[in-house]
Design a binder for this molecule. Structure first.
Ligand SMILES: [Fe+2]
Length: 207
C-alpha cells in the first residue's frame, strides 16, 4: 500500500503578468508624455537605469495629472483586484494606493541594475515599447537563506530555480512583491525600450 505524500508550497513568490489588448493609442500617449519630460529634463534622475533616462518620481496628486494614466489605471484595475484577492488584503480597512510612478527610456545597450522597491507592498512594470531583443526582466530568488546551499541539479524546476527571466513585450504588465530583487538585461535592439513603473502600498481607510 502506498502512503500518500503531500507537497506544501508555501512562501511562494508571485509574479502576475497581464497582457493589455489594443494598446496603441494608450502607448502613444504615454510615449509622448515621457519623451516630452525627457526634453524638459534631459538628465533625469539617477536610479536603476545604466546609460538610460529615468524620469522624476511622480507622487500624490502629480500622478493623476499625467493624462494617459487615467486610462491606464482603468485598464489595469482588474489586475490590482486579482493581486488583492490572491494576497487576501483586508480591503475593508485598507485600500491599495499608487504611491509613486516614473518612466524609463533605455536606448540600445542601456540596462537596469539589480534593485528592490523599498517601503511598498507590490510594484509593477508596464512595457510601453519593447523591441525584439530589448532584454529580459530577471527576477532573483528573494530567499537569502535558500541560496546558502546549491547542489547541482539535473533539471531546472520551480522548486530549485535561482532566477526567472521574463521576456517583456509591448503591452505586458508585470506585478510583483516590492521585495523581489530584479534587474533588466541590456537592450540589444536598435530601438529605445520604454517602461512605466509604479509602487502600490496599502493605505488605512479612515472610519
Ligand atoms: Fe524595478
Amino acid at each position: 500500500m502506498k502512503n500518500k505524500i503531500d507537497l506544501l508550497t508555501n512562501f511562494a513568490t508571485p509574479i502576475w503578468l497581464m497582457r493589455l489588448k489594443n494598446v496603441s493609442s494608450l502607448n502613444k500617449e504615454l510615449l509622448n508624455f515621457f519623451y516630452e519630460q525627457k526634453k524638459i529634463n534631459p538628465k533625469g534622475i539617477e536610479r536603476s537605469s545604466l546609460f538610460g533616462w529615468h524620469s522624476q518620481d511622480y507622487v500624490g496628486g502629480e500622478i493623476y495629472k499625467i493624462k494617459p494614466y487615467k486610462n491606464f489605471f482603468e485598464r489595469i484595475a482588474p489586475l490590482v483586484q486579482r493581486v488583492s484577492d490572491d494576497m487576501g488584503w483586508d480591503r475593508k480597512n485598507y485600500t491599495p494606493s499608487i504611491t509613486s510612478t516614473w518612466g524609463i527610456i533605455n536606448p540600445p545597450y542601456a540596462s537596469n541594475w539589480s534593485h528592490i522597491h523599498h517601503n511598498n507592498i507590490v510594484s509593477a512594470a508596464y512595457y510601453v515599447q519593447w523591441p525584439t531583443n530589448g532584454g529580459g526582466f530577471v527576477a532573483q530568488d528573494p530567499r537569502n537563506d535558500a541560496l546558502y546551499y546549491r547542489p547541482s541539479y539535473k533539471e531546472v524546476k520551480p522548486l530549485n530555480v535561482q532566477q526567472v527571466t521574463i521576456e517583456p513585450q509591448t503591452g505586458l504588465i508585470a506585478m510583483f512583491p516590492s521585495y523581489l530583487r530584479h534587474r533588466v538585461e541590456p537592450n540589444m535592439s536598435k530601438k529605445d525600450r520604454v517602461i512605466i513603473s509604479f509602487n502600490i502600498n496599502l493605505i488605512p481607510l479612515k472610519n
